[in-house]
Design a protein around this ligand. Structure first.
Ligand code: ATP
Length: 542
């Protein structure tokens, strides 16, 4: 059977093409797989995301962003950066290197502990993360509970009380108990006894998605860091050099540099956007799990003892930030970690309901003083902060927020991409992106390619391009051009017709409502600033 995993094997898009050719796609795909497949295909067709080195058949779990993709990605990064650095007077940014001294990773615990519990299927020879297989199994039980809830909600109508149903319905209770039992067993396995994970997988009768067999190897730990060499002259650089698996450590080792030179007073934060690399064994779910990806991280340094208050502040702040983009709030949930990482005393994930189910998009972790103390020990340098209010020195505690740009990108695409049937019976594909993050804010379109209309249109384009990302196009019928702009999420199209030459007015078309109205050319700039500026989005955050 062709599943998502199958067409991730080579680089999704390549295989989707093959599936399409054989006309298998619709035959074998569930509705959600179909929806996901549509998003991947749209990303390819409209220049958002391409498989890496596609002419060589792609590289598993590595992707490139195209012309529209990079614009959307940059706008998402800008929304994050501005809301963190510009809106918080006690947060500043840095850009640290991907390579760091090898001791960094010893201190951080990554050399000894950045492992995933992996299990191989002996028949397909595919390798999986044991905890992910179990979590997917839990996801199926959750789906059963949700189905019962939907059925009951229909039966009872307005009088339906979801919480009461979950607390009393025998089947729902039974399924909730199953989930709790599985979670408890998984935690015991993750806490150290890997044999328990294998037994759990066998007891749950989990089959390999590719071969369908239950013929599993033992579970083994596998380190996720990529190592390389410094190319040092003899005597130097005997230690392996690693590509950073997270951006956080670059912030920790620079924390005192920033604190001193920026005259920062605790509590304060350091933000960073950058690439991270993980040797993820199973290439799955498009840009959700990549070997090279981008993170946006904030490390917030606080007085010991205040970390839970700060953790709760960021937990709420981050979810509000997501919702402010206009994303359906019901598609989010918090997920408390079953097993806390070695450095954390509290951790929560923000999960989004992607077409294939709920998945972490962001993590908020209270990292205690673990990292700074470890770097202090391994470097032999004091990393204490002198608190003038308390008149004492201490190693600060840290609360982190960490979001993957690529998972955010897919979230935004999943939410925005819609297929609509119009009153006329026609259908259109529209990408309802918040205007502030759309790749282009407007398209300038002369109605015809003659009679002085292109010249007038160019005049407008050349005037507006200094303030807005503009798209200019004069090829094809106007209806076709509108559809193309809808598909890449351009919120406004401006059409220049013969009347424009006389009255200096143009038609502005709204992507979402498709309403068209005449406006003076002189009013365009103010109108577009009002509707598309990032500052509008930021102001709503307060
Ligand atoms: P997962 O459990 O899904 O592997 P994680 O808990 O290891 O994720 P973190 O180490 O907390 O992830 O990293 C912070 C964020 O970085 C995640 O919330 C996610 O958005 C992003 N991220 C992590 N790994 C990847 C990856 N391989 N590809 C794309 N994004 C990733």
């Amino acid at each position: 059977m062709y599943t998502l995993q199958t067409y991730e094997k080579k680089g999704s898009l390549q295989l989707i093409k093959t599936i399409k050719k054989r006309n298998f796609a619709t035959q074998f795909m569930s509705q959600t797989e179909q929806e996901f497949k549509n998003i991947i295909a749209h990303c390819k067709e409209y220049g958002f995301v391409f498989p890496s080195s596609e002419i060589y058949d792609g590289l598993s779990a590595v992707y490139d962003y195209g012309q529209t993709g990079v614009a959307l990605k940059n706008n998402l990064k800008s929304y994050w950066w501005k809301s963190m650095v510009q809106l918080h007077e006690n947060v500043v940014g840095i850009d640290s290197s991907i390579f760091m001294h090898p001791k960094t990773w010893k201190a951080s615990g990554h050399i000894d502990g950045f492992n995933d519990p992996m299990i191989d299927n002996k028949d397909s020879k595919k390798r999986y993360r044991a905890d992910v297989l179990i979590e997917e199994f839990i996801g199926k039980i959750e789906a059963k509970i949700n189905k019962e809830v939907t059925k009951a909600a229909k039966r009872f109508g307005d009088t339906f009380d979801k919480e009461q149903f979950l607390a009393t319905n025998p089947r729902a209770l039974d399924n909730q108990k199953k989930i709790a039992d599985i979670n408890a067993r998984m935690k015991a396995g993750l806490d150290g006894d890997l044999a328990l994970l294998k037994t759990l997988i066998e007891d749950l009768e989990i089959a390999c998605p590719v071969s369908g067999s239950k013929n599993w190897t033992d579970v083994k730990q596998f380190n996720l860091m990529y190592s390389t060499q410094m190319n040092a002259t003899s005597g130097e650089g005997d230690d392996a050099l690693y590509l950073r698996p997270e951006t956080a450590q670059g912030i920790f080792v620079n924390y005192l540099n920033v604190q001193k030179t920026g005259r920062m007073k605790i509590p304060f934060g350091i933000a960073q956007i950058g690439k991270a690399f993980r040797n993820e064994i199973v290439a799955r779910q498009f840009i959700i799990r990549m070997k090279e990806f981008e993170q946006m991280e904030l490390q917030f340094f606080v007085r010991p003892g205040t970390e839970m208050e700060v953790f709760n502040y960021w937990k709420k702040n981050r979810l509000d930030w997501h919702k402010n983009l206009g994303i359906n709030p019901e598609k989010y949930r918090y997920h408390d970690h079953v097993k806390l990482a070695h450095y954390a005393n509290a951790a929560v994930d923000i999960e989004y309901k992607y077409p294939f189910g709920f998945k972490e998009v962001e993590g908020i972790h209270s990292r205690t003083d673990f990292d700074l103390k470890a770097h202090q020990e391994h470097s032999g340098k004091k990393l204490q902060y002198f608190d003038p209010e308390l008149n004492e020195s201490y190693v600060p505690y840290v609360v982190e927020t960490s979001i993957g740009v690529d998972r955010l990108f897919l979230l935004v695409m999943s939410e925005a991409l819609q297929q609509e049937t119009l009153e006329s019976g026609d259908s259109r594909v529209v990408l309802r992106l918040n205007p502030a993050i759309a790749p282009y804010k407007l398209a300038v379109l002369p109605l015809l390619k003659k009679d002085g209309l292109p010249e007038k249109a160019r005049e407008i384009y050349n005037d507006l391009k200094f303030d807005f990302e503009c798209y200019y196009e004069e090829k094809d019928a106007i209806g076709k051009r509108y559809r193309r702009q809808d598909a890449i999420g351009t919120p406004y199209c401006i059409t220049i017709d013969h009347d424009s030459l006389e009255d200096n007015q143009v038609t502005i078309r709204d992507r979402d409502t498709m309403e068209q109205k005449r406006v003076p050319i002189s009013a365009l700039s103010t109108l577009l600033h009002e509707k598309t500026d990032m500052s509008g989005l930021l102001k709503r955050l307060g």
